[in-house]
Design a protein around this ligand. Structure first.
Ligand SMILES: [Zn+2]
Ligand SMILES: [Zn+2]
Length: 278
């Protein structure tokens, strides 16, 4: 029985998929090409970490991911990242990048630290903007990926609504082929771990009544399920790899912009937005 699927991020696959989908979907071209620059930066940063760190990180088997932040390794690459965003992002985000650069490294450190601790800046006393969430999340994802690479997998528990390794919210679901249907996993928004999750269960409020949990699939994206909950009015997007084995869940989700408009029109809120609010 599988409880956990690999949390290892394949940046190359993400970059290639983003380029492919950018060619396929006109409406997603700009955002996917921007995402391609983010993923390239993330890959390069991830690859540089063993050298920056000096050796493999040591985290005990039940170690606390959240105690492993080495700001000293992050500030220089972060400033590089902000410059990439300034050059490549849509204008509103480029402007925010200039803002954050002008505030200097003390403010940048504060944001990274707070995000690392809590996974969300919205409720912090920092007066952070949603853009700050984006900067911290994009920057810290490869770092979390690297640190968790040294950890043993967490005790497998099924059907928890938060990541069993780092307690962050899921950003997506994935259906992986198994038997004649598929097994559903949730994907952590922070450390990328996937953990098994029951098919008929709201990942927000725990609703289990099937009639309260409608699933919508648009003709345009036959491999993307919009899994809604009538009880709490939240939804989760699940990438169905039994329908398209070439999909790269995080990237296919970014491309599915029309599905967000649909959900908004129907009064559903996403449990947690993806990196670029698509
Ligand atoms: Zn996690
Ligand atoms: Zn619900």
């Amino acid at each position: 029985m599988t409880f956990l699927a690999s949390g290892k991020v394949n940046y190359r696959a993400r970059i290639e998929r983003a380029a492919l989908l950018a060619g396929r979907h006109e409406f997603a071209r700009e955002i996917l090409s921007f995402y391609g620059s983010i993923a390239s930066f993330q890959r390069e940063f991830y690859d540089s970490l063993p050298k920056l760190w000096g050796k493999q990180p040591l985290v005990s088997a039940n170690g606390d991911l959240r105690s492993e932040l080495r700001l000293i390794l992050l500030l220089e690459p972060f400033s590089k990242f902000l410059k990439i965003v300034e050059a490549q992002a849509p204008e509103a985000l480029a402007e925010e990048s200039r803002n954050l650069q002008s505030k200097g490294s003390a403010r940048q450190a504060e944001i990274l630290q707070e995000f690392w601790k809590t996974g969300l800046l919205g409720a912090s006393p920092l007066q952070a903007t949603p853009f700050d969430d984006f900067f911290a999340r994009a920057m810290l994802q490869p770092y979390a990926d690297f640190v968790t690479g040294a950890m043993l997998p967490p005790t497998p528990i099924m059907t928890v609504c938060r990541c069993p390794r780092c307690n962050a919210l899921p950003v997506l679901g994935v259906l992986r082929p198994e038997g004649d249907s598929g097994k559903r996993f949730l994907v952590c928004s922070f450390c990328s771990l996937e953990w098994e999750f029951r098919r008929i269960l709201c990942a927000k409020c725990g609703e289990t009544k099937e009639q309260q949990l409608p699933v919508y699939v648009a003709e345009q994206f036959p491999h993307i399920r919009v899994e809604c909950c009538e009880t709490c009015k939240h939804f989760l997007r699940t990438i169905d790899l039994t329908k398209d084995g070439n999909a790269v869940p995080v990237v296919d989700d970014l491309a599915a912009i029309p599905l967000s408009l649909w959900a908004e029109e129907h009064g559903y809120t996403r449990i947690l937005s993806n990196l670029l609010w698509t």
